[in-house]
Structures are given as structure tokens and as C-alpha cells.
Design a protein around this ligand. Structure first.
Ligand SMILES: NC(=O)C1=CN([C@@H]2O[C@H](COP(=O)(O)OP(=O)(O)OC[C@H]3O[C@@H](n4cnc5c(N)ncnc54)[C@H](OP(=O)(O)O)[C@@H]3O)[C@@H](O)[C@H]2O)C=CC1
Ligand SMILES: O=C(O)[C@@H]1CCC=N1
Length: 266
């Protein structure tokens, strides 16, 4: 079981995860941060400015929360923090287990972790893929990340970039949809603040209902579309030539394919 986690790079995503763990009641002393310029860490969480300083953290796992493009430059300087008995959890989009193994050869295990920003409110799916964990360590890793929402093991690493596009990047696409929904209403004559608040409340309520419902989104869409009514006309626009689905397939494809480029260093 991870006793103490050193978060290396605590920006948008690492910070959201740390906030989620603390919000769930985890002991702040279980966490430490290594980040050269972070203004401050939450109360009770040690903040280190260099790898040399962080060597005293007493950690048994690290969470890599810097950018994938930094792995080559930062990896060698992190060797001393990722020695025997230390598990390496990585948020680095596109970076494969084999590359983590190459960068941190002495670590006990290597785990890819893909959450999203909703970790901050413990509502994130967290996809996990590992090499080197024994059964007890798998159970402990699952529990740690499940606190942030809902953890799930992915058996086939070849699909990791695709699930990253869907669930890691996904909130970005949903936020664009909310803005586009509001923007379209503004284009048709609604005032800006009414459009923004109605679009957000509608997406929030629709997602919550879908999550609480025992039928799927397609059935719920049909329940919104009263026979002979207004909604069907709008659904017909989205459905014509699978317009929305094709747009989203292009979106996920472009996102997924950037993962392969990141793993090659671009
Ligand atoms: N944002 C998201 O929604 C998601 C991101 N990810 C992954 O999380 C990782 C971080 O992304 P994100 O949080 O968006 O990026 P950010 O830039 O917000 O966070 C990166 C953090 O790393 C810090 N950092 C820079 N250099 C070092 C160093 N030498 N040692 C330690 N820390 C350093 C940065 O500091 P400074 O700002 O001062 O440079 C910053 O605080 C990426 O690998 C990304 O693929 C995964 C899932 C979702
Ligand atoms: O944009 C990125 O590369 C990261 C990975 C998933 C979400 N943000």
C-alpha cells in the first residue's frame, strides 16, 4: 500500500488530484509535492523545490505530473527518487509503460494513470494500466485512485491513448459543447448571461439524470422528444449523416493520434 506519495509537478492535473484526495479526508501528511515554482502547497503537505530536497520526503511512490515533453530532460535527475521499493505513477499523456521502465529502471512498478480535472470534486474516471504491481499493490493502487471518482483497469495498453482522448481530454470537449450551446442561443437572439447559465444548468442536469437513470442516453433523448414536437427537429439536425458522431470521431482520432506523437517526443 502506498504510504506516502510524492507528486512531481503539481499543476492543473496534479493539483486537482491532491485537492480531491484531501477533500475525501486523506491525511495531508501522506502527500508531498516537488515543484520548483508552485506558490504554495495545501496545509500539511510538504513542498520541495528540487529533487535533492525531496530525497528526504520518505515516499514509497511518485506521481509524475509534469508534461510528457519534459520526461527526457527531467528523468535522469529523478532517478534517486524512483529507486527500489518506489512505484512510479505517471500522468504523462502518450508515454508508454516501456518508456517509463526505461526512464526509471530501478522502480518497483510502473503505472499509467489517466484522470481528468473532475478529480478535484471526486468525480473523475481514472484509467489505470500497470507493469510490475503484485496483487496487493494492485488493490492498493486501485483504492488510491478510486477515491478520485471511479478507477478502472485497462488490460490493453494499446487503447490507452484512445481512453485518454475520451476520458482525460473529454471534459475539454464537453466545455466546448456548453459554450457552443450557449453561443448558438446568443446567435439566435438570447442575451449572454441567460444563455450561459441555461446551457450549463441543462448539461449539468442532463448528465446527472443520465447517471442516475436505468436507461441509456439514447432512450432519454427519445423521452425528451415528444411525438410530433420540437426536440425531434433538432435531433434530426444532429443525426443527419451522423453529423455529430462523425465530428466527435474526428475529434477523438486527432486527440488519440497526438498521444503516439508525444510518445515519439513531438
Ligand atoms: N490537464 C488535464 O486535464 C490532464 C493532464 N494530464 C497530464 O498531466 C500532466 C500535467 O498536465 P497539466 O497539469 O495540464 O500541466 P501543468 O503545466 O498545469 O502542470 C505541470 C506542473 O509541472 C511543473 N513543473 C515544471 N517543471 C518541473 C520540474 N522540473 N519538476 C517538477 N515540476 C515541474 C509545472 O510548473 P510551472 O508551471 O512552474 O512550469 C506545473 O506546476 C501532463 O503529463 C498531462 O499529460 C492527464 C490528464 C488530464
Ligand atoms: O491535453 C493533454 O495532453 C492532457 C491529457 C489529457 C488531458 N489533458
Amino acid at each position: 500500500m502506498t504510504q506516502k506519495l510524492l507528486i512531481i509537478g503539481c499543476g492543473n492535473m496534479g493539483g486537482a488530484m491532491l485537492a480531491g484526495w484531501l477533500a475525501a479526508g486523506e491525511n495531508p501528511a501522506r502527500f508531498a509535492v516537488l515543484d520548483p515554482a508552485l506558490p504554495e502547497a495545501p496545509d500539511g503537505v510538504a513542498l520541495y523545490r528540487s529533487a535533492e530536497e525531496a530525497a528526504g520526503a520518505g515516499h514509497d511512490a511518485v506521481l509524475l505530473g509534469f508534461k510528457p515533453q519534459q520526461l527526457g530532460a527531467l528523468g535522469p535527475g529523478l532517478q534517486a527518487l524512483t529507486g527500489e521499493g518506489v512505484s512510479v505513477y505517471s500522468l504523462l499523456a502518450g508515454i508508454m509503460l516501456g518508456q517509463l521502465g526505461h526512464a526509471f529502471p530501478h522502480a518497483a512498478a510502473h503505472v499509467r494513470v489517466m484522470p481528468n480535472l473532475a478529480a478535484r470534486i471526486n468525480k473523475s474516471p481514472v484509467i489505470l494500466c500497470e507493469a510490475g504491481l503484485d496483487e496487493a499493490a494492485r488493490t492498493a493502487a486501485f483504492a488510491l485512485f478510486d477515491t478520485l471518482g471511479s478507477a478502472v483497469w485497462l488490460g490493453d495498453e494499446a487503447q490507452f491513448d484512445l481512453v485518454t482522448a475520451l476520458a482525460g481530454s473529454g471534459p475539454g470537449f464537453v466545455y466546448r459543447f456548453i459554450d457552443a450551446l450557449a453561443g448558438a442561443a446568443i446567435d439566435l437572439g438570447l442575451d449572454e448571461s441567460t444563455a450561459a447559465s441555461l446551457a450549463l444548468a441543462t448539461v449539468e442536469g442532463a448528465a446527472a439524470l443520465a447517471a442516475a437513470s436505468d436507461v441509456g442516453p439514447a432512450t432519454l433523448a427519445d423521452r425528451v422528444a415528444s411525438p410530433g414536437g420540437m426536440t425531434r427537429e433538432g435531433l434530426n439536425v444532429l443525426d443527419e449523416n451522423a453529423a455529430l458522431r462523425r465530428l466527435l470521431a474526428d475529434t477523438l482520432r486527432a486527440t488519440r493520434d497526438k498521444g503516439a506523437a508525444l510518445s515519439k517526443g513531438s
